[in-house]
Each structure stands twice: as C-alpha cells, then as structure tokens.
Design a protein around this ligand. Structure first.
Ligand code: FA5
Length: 344
C-alpha cells in the first residue's frame, strides 16, 4: 500500500507538472482526489488494516493528499496568472486610435419650425393647446357654423372614417374644444399645432397631409386690428423686421369678416417665382373675427365677447423661411435634404 501511495503521488505530481490548461488541472483533481479516486479508495480501505498499521497508513495518505493538493494549488495560481496576462495582452487598447463617429440625428425642419412659432406666440402670451387628429364631424364642421350639406364644406375635401368621424381637415376644431373646456372663462389665448388631412392633389405647394397652427383669442373688446398687430409681430419675428404682410378679403364660415394673409415671397424677393406662382406673395394663413354663431354655440355671449382666430400652414412658413421650393421635400425623407437643417 505504501508503494502504491508513493506511485500515485509521483504520477499525480508528474501530470500536474505537465499540465498547461486550467480545465485539465480540474480533471487531474477529480481523477486523484475525487470521491471515486484512488486516494479516497485507500482511505476507505484503512478500516481493514491492523490497529498498528492503521495510524501510520492514515498519516501517509493524508501526507500524500496534502502534497498533491498543495502542488495543485500552486499550479492553479500560476496558470491563472498566465491566463490573465494573455487576456490583458490580447485586449490591449490603442488609445491613440481615432474614435469612431456615432451618427447623430437632428430635429426635422418642420418640427423645428413649429418650435420656433410656438416660442414666438408663447412670448406674446399664448398657451399651447392640443386636439385629436381623428375628429368628429361635429367639431370639425358643425360647431364651426358648417352644418351638414353646407356648400362651404367643399372648400376642404375630407377623408371620412365613418359618417360622423374624419381625419381633421384643419386645426379649427380645437377652437371649439378649447372654448367648451374654458366654459365661458376669459381670456382665451391659445395656439394649437397639429397635423391635418385633405384630399388635395400633391404639388409644389400642396400636400394631402400637412401641418397647421391654429390661433384663437377671445375676450371683451378684441378687434380686427389686434389680429393684424399679432400677425405682423409674428411675421417680423419669424422672417425679419422689414417683413410685410397683406390681408385679402376672404370667406370662412366660422369667421366674419374673414381674411387670407400673405407674406412677401422670400424666395424671389417679390419678383415672382414657382413657389409664389409669379405673384411675389405667398398665402400662409386664413383668419378672421370669430363668427357669433361659433361663440354662441360654445357658450360665449357674442354681444359681450369677441375674438379672432387664424390657421397657418407650417410647411408654407418653413418653405419661405428656408427657401424650399417643393413641399414634398419635407415628406420624402431624403437625408441630403434633411441634413441641410441639422444646424437649426
Ligand atoms: C383653414 O384651414 C382655416 N381653418 C383657417 C382659419 C382658421 C381661418 C381660423 C379662419 C380662422 P385654409 O384652407 O385656407 O383655411 O388653410 C389654411 C392654411 O393652410 C393655408 O393658408 C395654407 O398655408 C395651408 N394649406 C392649405 N391647404 C394646404 C395643403 N394642401 N398643403 C399645404 N398647406 C396647405
């Protein structure tokens, strides 16, 4: 038994000496010191020895086991150190390499235009309101003095979802929603940006889906001159101090009197071009004094309160501001176009 133990020790030490991988070292541990290994077997057999031999052999087994264990631990520490060294060498970082550039997106020019317009009106004391894009006929038309079968409904060719719901054709239903929510309180002074939808044929200045910003002011003593003053102030802040606006008489069922507002064309400086259809002016919004029927319908006494409202096309404003000749550029997501606005 003594010789067998010495032979086992030499065999184990020799194998440990030769091993180069941590996993193999684990295998050797199991082979020699595991539950089914030869050392455990010898320990189990100790009971069959004579009482004189038992303590001597017991001591020897322990010595052999401790020796193997000690050498093994030493080897394990050496192999782990070597592995760490190799890992560090292979993962070495060259800090002098140039960094990788991460492409950063930018805000869409229409979103930026909305933000700029919002900032201007917030500066003039307006609050920002919101309304749904899927709207009820009731708010989109009826409460705006456009009963069913009213011929002026043809001014805005609509996408109906059911007989009573449609994609809103303008942001004006938010006027009604705001007045109802305010329940007769004044002053009302809001703008509302949002997407609107019309069955218009797409061309350089028209899109079937576009963006409007509605404005509404209601209080005692609001006059047409307040509307003109606010819009001129907006035009100057948006386009420059020497900017001109032009009011043309128009018709909207929800305002009386009504007007369409043009801004001098910035692309051709009034000379006439494709965008302004050779007129030197470009229409950016419709406006007027809120019709008494609209005020009354929303619970405001038109004898006491008056107001003005406007609805502007954000794309038209962005086109003028940045000299964009075709509205479709905003929707085709050509990065070469969009990148021109990344600094805004
Ligand atoms: C209206 O939508 C009215 N709700 C505006 C209004 C509000 C009048 C409050 C009075 C009081 P209009 O259909 O003209 O009006 O559209 C308003 C603006 O939206 C236009 O001046 C134009 O700048 C823009 N616009 C209209 N149709 C299109 C289109 N298909 N594509 C891009 N912009 C458009």
């Amino acid at each position: 038994m003594r010789e067998k133990l010495h032979a086992l020790q030499s065999e184990a030490l020799e194998m440990i000496e030769r091993v180069t991988k941590l996993d193999d070292l684990k295998g050797i541990r199991v082979k020699f010191l595991g539950k089914k290994g030869p050392i455990t077997e010898v320990m189990r057999g100790l009971g069959q020895l004579s009482p004189e031999e038992r303590p001597l052999m017991g001591q020897l087994v322990n010595e052999v086991r401790e020796k193997i264990q000690a050498v093994m631990e030493e080897k394990q520490a050496a192999l782990e150190a070597k592995q760490l060294e190799e890992q560090l060498a292979s993962e070495q970082i060259d800090v002098t390499l140039p960094g990788r550039t991460v492409p950063v997106g930018s805000i869409h020019p229409l979103t930026r235009t909305i933000q700029t317009i919002e900032d201007i009106f917030i500066g003039l004391g307006f609050e920002v309101a919101e309304g749904p894009e899927v709207e009820m006929d009731h708010y989109n038309f009826e409460m705006l003095n456009l009963p069913k079968e009213h011929p002026a409904r043809d001014m805005q060719d609509s996408f109906y979802i059911t007989e009573e719901t449609l994609l809103r054709t303008h942001t004006s239903p938010v006027q009604v929603r705001t007045l109802l929510a305010k329940a007769g309180q004044v002053p009302v002074k809001i703008i509302c940006p949002g997407k609107v939808y019309r069955r218009d044929d797409d061309d350089a200045t028209h899109s079937h889906q576009f963006t409007q910003i509605e404005g509404l002011v209601v209080d005692e003593g609001i006059r047409m001159s307040d509307l003109k003053g606010i819009l001129l102030e907006f035009a100057k802040e948006m386009f420059g101090a020497d900017q001109k606006i032009r009011l043309r008489p128009s018709f909207f069922p929800f305002t009386e009197p009504s007007t369409e507002v043009d801004i001098s064309c910035m692309i051709c400086k009034g000379e006439g071009c494709r965008v302004c259809k050779e007129t030197g002016w470009i229409e950016i919004l419709g406006a007027g004094m809120v019709h008494p029927n609209v005020l009354r319908g929303a619970g405001y006494d038109p004898e006491r309160y008056t107001g003005f409202a406007f609805g502007m096309g954000v794309e038209r404003v962005a086109m003028l501001k940045h000299g964009v000749e075709d509205i479709r550029n905003f929707y085709t997501n050509d990065l070469r176009f969009l990148r021109q606005f990344s600094h805004l």
